[in-house]
Design a protein around this ligand. Structure first.
Ligand SMILES: [Zn+2]
Length: 300
């Protein structure tokens, strides 16, 4: 499943491709991807004729701002891809569910074999309506994410986005100490920290030298600072590498290019291989039906 670095890679591509262009027409061939709307027709009417003002990201959600104040929200689910057509004759890939025809001319396709992803248009709430924003997100030092959550109430429940919201280590410490949740469960709970999933939680915890099952309120100040730094470092490096593309998941950017961060994975998917730090074998355990990779020697 695409996580923050992959979604951020798509966001950068979308911002380059869409900003300032008009969405001339939309074709929906699988209504399931616009399931929040009463019909595909309703979805189309909210998007067609609109010009794109910009593209943001919050957690694993892409937010395309339209010129009438609405927001086209896209979640790639397990296997969603946004692909730019290479020309007017470029054949549509299998499992293309939505096609955006652009002006100046161009085409963007939403492709999703497993169809867990979704697209919907959010209309801004009336000015007198107070949107309840997540208490974790309210710890943000930057206003951008809060403004976005208030404009798109469907995303107001999302916890802290490590990059958009930029919380300092001391506020991060307050979140960790407010509960006694195993670290991996906390890092992947989208209502607490948003954008991190199975791959990056394992990589972050290895970088921080912490086990997946350490209770969040058991960390020393030094450990909290290490974890806080590891989150920014790992996600930042992964974005620079264009995200991770695993053999079975086929994450690609708008141009169809895979990411390269999988080559830098220290523990994820490396069961039995030597730990990059101590050379002892990496272990794999299954927790809540999800595989977790770690070094029992380097992570405590
Ligand atoms: Zn090790």
């Amino acid at each position: 499943m695409p996580e923050l670095p992959e979604v951020e890679t798509v966001r950068a591509g979308l911002a380059r491709e869409l900003t300032g262009r008009k969405i001339r027409a939309v074709a929906v061939t699988n209504g399931r991807v616009v399931r929040r709307h009463a019909s595909a027709k309703e979805f189309r009417a909210l998007v067609e004729g609109r010009t794109v003002k910009g593209v943001a990201r919050l957690g694993k959600y892409l937010v395309v701002t339209l010129d009438d104040g609405g927001h086209l929200v896209i979640h790639l689910g397990m296997s969603g891809q946004l692909l730019k057509a290479r020309g007017p004759k470029d054949p549509k890939p299998k499992h293309t569910h939505v096609v955006f025809t652009l002006s100046p001319p161009g085409e963007l396709r939403y492709v999703d074999p497993r169809t867990f992803g979704e697209l919907f248009v959010s209309t801004p709430p009336p000015e007198d309506v107070e949107v309840e924003v997540s208490k974790f997100a309210r710890l943000a030092m930057s206003q951008d994410g809060l403004t976005l959550r208030r404009a798109v109430p469907e995303l107001a429940h999302l916890g802290v986005d490590p990059l958009v919201d930029q919380i300092g280590w001391d506020r991060f410490a307050a979140i960790l100490k407010s509960r006694s949740t195993p670290l991996k469960a906390l890092l992947t709970d989208q209502d607490i920290i948003t954008g991190i999933g199975n791959i990056y939680s394992d990589e972050i915890l290895f970088t921080a030298g912490l086990r997946y099952d350490r209770p969040s309120d058991s960390l020393s100040t030094v450990e909290i600072r290490r974890l806080h730094r590891a989150i920014t470092e790992v996600l930042g490096e992964a974005i620079k590498a264009g995200g991770s593309t695993l053999a079975d998941e086929q994450f690609v950017d708008l141009e169809g290019r895979p990411g390269t961060y999988q080559e830098s994975h220290q523990v994820y998917g490396r069961e039995g291989q030597p730990c990059p730090q101590c050379r002892r074998p990496i272990e794999r355990v299954v927790v809540r039906q999800r595989a977790t990779y770690f070094c029992p020697n380097c992570q405590g």
